[in-house]
Write a protein that binds this ligand. Structure first.
Ligand SMILES: NC(=O)C1=CN([C@@H]2O[C@H](COP(=O)(O)OP(=O)(O)OC[C@H]3O[C@@H](n4cnc5c(N)ncnc54)[C@H](OP(=O)(O)O)[C@@H]3O)[C@@H](O)[C@H]2O)[C@@H](O)CC1
Ligand SMILES: Nc1ncnc2c1ncn2[C@@H]1O[C@H](COP(=O)(O)OP(=O)(O)O)[C@@H](O)[C@H]1O
Length: 503
């Protein structure tokens, strides 16, 4: 598991450790690691010159000390700085023969650039005096951000398009939210963590499952299990308009290892599911979790659709865990929020659905106005994409449900105040295609039916979904059905990693 801590928690841990260490020891550790990484990258690109962008705080000091080390080791080194520079770092740089200048033209020859403009003490946004520095970084240079790319929000809230976009970020002891959360993760490049010995007492605020975590979480049957004990998933999906969603969700639930899948649909998707997934059984019945919504048309009024909708509403009124996806999200209203209080509910919107739902809930959930982040009426898709975590949290708070917000990075957050954010970035961009969300809903249904809580089920499902997409056709396009059919291979591969490690 990869964990990130808040900047406050990092400062607290730093203070506690510094009280036990000689002055400057902690920064020396950070500088040593940073200089080692930078030297390795200079060697890899056969570079001759390194440059530092030096801000006023300790982040600038890290970068300046590091280029002093590199100058001592024989590389040409320059440092671009503003008025305030850390005294000790300036002295070290001068002694090592680093060219100190305020002129960003000095960056022109740099093969590797260390961005030490701002670190975790930053307020989001690039300082005006640094804009010319960033503009002067050669396109060919390999940019290493020290702790985080300057201009980006350390807590990962919003991306600064004018800020630094690094090839690599070297951070200290532990990741911070900026490194793991959308939208700032995309500015960080490769993440390298240098251990400087911090001991974090606080709880992490961001969690990311790694491939090696899957074996401990994925529900693996024992000889004592049968189809019922493994978990039965009920899928209420598909209608006469969106027939394929039913096939995809049911297929994915079966391929993920559900003990049994019960399908409830209108005649056309029912016929398709019968033909495509002979393992599925038809009609409502006892289940351990429901998937409600892929391809569901809640506006349809014919008898078949009405009967299907009745099952959907009964599922939502019941006590079993529910994955509520796509068309099913249109069923969320104040009554539903009240009736599902305290029950496991996983909402799985994409950004557009999240925006619509937040906008709609403002009218019908009493007292819920605090999600209106923009303060400008309806929430838009673009706003959700610009700050996905804030909107996912707002939706979780408004509904009392766990929210899995889909996207290039999928975030999952529970409704409790201060709940950690799970952030998974396992999928190739090829996965963003119609039907892929229906597949994810099926996977999640199987995990909830096996007894996983909604947040870790969400993260685990997103990981496996992404790995299945990647392995189905590495580097190339992949259709949703193939992702669903690739889940058994992905799960076996991920479980096999544990077997390989323990042998
Ligand atoms: N913590 C650790 O464990 C360790 C930390 N280490 C290193 O220390 C770094 C943190 O250092 P730091 O606390 O000095 O903060 P940092 O970000 O360098 O600068 C803050 C300065 O910038 C200013 N400023 C802020 N935002 C601004 C803006 N948007 N536009 C303009 N100005 C802005 C701000 O001004 P003020 O808020 O005072 O107005 C203040 O002057 C950390 O990232 C890591 O590299 C390692 O050495 C060892 C272990
Ligand atoms: N750029 C991307 N990179 C990786 N995964 C993506 C990207 N865009 C979308 N996805 C994933 O593809 C799936 C699309 O789901 P969704 O939009 O609900 O599709 P549908 O409703 O058509 O099934 C989600 O799991 C989402 O996280």
């Amino acid at each position: 598991m990869i964990r990130a801590w808040s900047t406050d928690a990092v400062y607290d841990a730093e203070a506690a450790l510094m009280a036990t260490l000689p002055d400057g020891e902690l920064m020396a550790r950070a500088v040593e690691g940073l200089a080692l990484v930078a030297a390795a990258r200079l060697q890899e690109c056969d570079g001759a010159a390194v440059a530092a962008l030096v801000g006023p705080g300790n982040n600038g000091a890290d970068a300046l000390y590091a280029v002093a080390r590199l100058a001592e080791a024989g590389w040409n080194a320059v440092a671009v700085h503003d008025e305030v520079v850390h005294d000790g770092a300036r002295a070290a740089a001068e002694a090592a023969g680093v060219l100190l200048t305020t002129d960003p033209a000095a960056l022109a020859e740099a093969d590797v650039v260390l961005d030490g403009i701002l670190g975790i003490g930053a307020r989001p946004g690039l300082p005006p005096w640094a804009a010319a520095w960033v503009a002067a970084v050669p396109d060919t240079a390999y940019v290493i951000a020290v702790d985080l790319p300057s201009g980006q929000d350390p807590m990962g809230g919003a991306l600064d398009p004018d800020g630094v976009f690094a090839d690599e970020t070297v951070t200290f002891s532990v990741p911070k939210p900026v490194h793991l959360l959308p939208p700032t993760e995309q500015a960080c490049g490769i993440l390298t963590v240098v251990d400087i010995g911090l001991d974090l007492a606080a709880d992490p605020v961001v969690l990311r499952l790694d491939h090696d975590d899957v074996a401990a979480l994925w529900p693996v049957p024992t000889p004592a299990d049968d189809k019922y004990s493994r978990g039965v998933v009920g899928v209420v999906a598909g209608g006469e308009a969106y027939t394929g969603a039913a096939v995809l969700a049911v297929t994915a639930a079966v391929e993920s290892g559900a003990g049994m899948v019960r399908y409830v649909g209108t005649p056309t998707p029912t016929a398709l599911v019968r033909a495509a997934v002979p393992e599925a059984v038809h009609g409502p019945g006892r289940v351990q979790a429901w998937v409600v919504g892929p391809g569901l048309d809640v506006e349809a009024t014919d008898d078949d659709a009405a009967a299907q909708l009745e099952v959907a509403r009964a599922a939502l009124a019941g006590g079993e865990p529910v994955v509520l996806d796509a068309g099913g999200l249109d069923l969320v209203d104040a009554d539903l929020v009240r009736s599902r209080a305290g029950r496991a509910t996983l909402l799985t919107p994409h950004a557009g659905e999240c925006a619509r739902l937040l906008s709609r809930l403002s009218a019908v959930v009493p007292g819920v106005t605090y999600w209106s982040i923009s303060g400008q009426g309806d929430v838009t898709r673009a706003q959700v994409e610009a700050s996905p975590v804030a909107h996912a949290k707002a939706l979780a708070a408004a509904t009392g449900a766990t929210v899995l917000l889909k996207g290039p990075t999928t975030v999952v957050v529970g409704p409790a105040e201060g709940a950690p954010v799970w952030s998974q970035a396992d999928a190739p961009a090829w996965l963003g295609s119609a039907g892929a969300g229906d597949v994810l809903a099926g996977v999640l249904g199987t995990l909830l039916a096996a007894g996983l809580p909604p947040d870790s089920a969400g993260a685990l499902g997103a990981l496996v979904h992404g790995v299945a997409a990647d392995r189905a056709n590495p580097g190339g396009p992949v259709r949703a059905l193939r992702v669903a059919n690739g889940i058994p291979d992905a799960v076996a591969h991920l479980l096999g990693r544990a077997a390989t490690r323990s042998s």
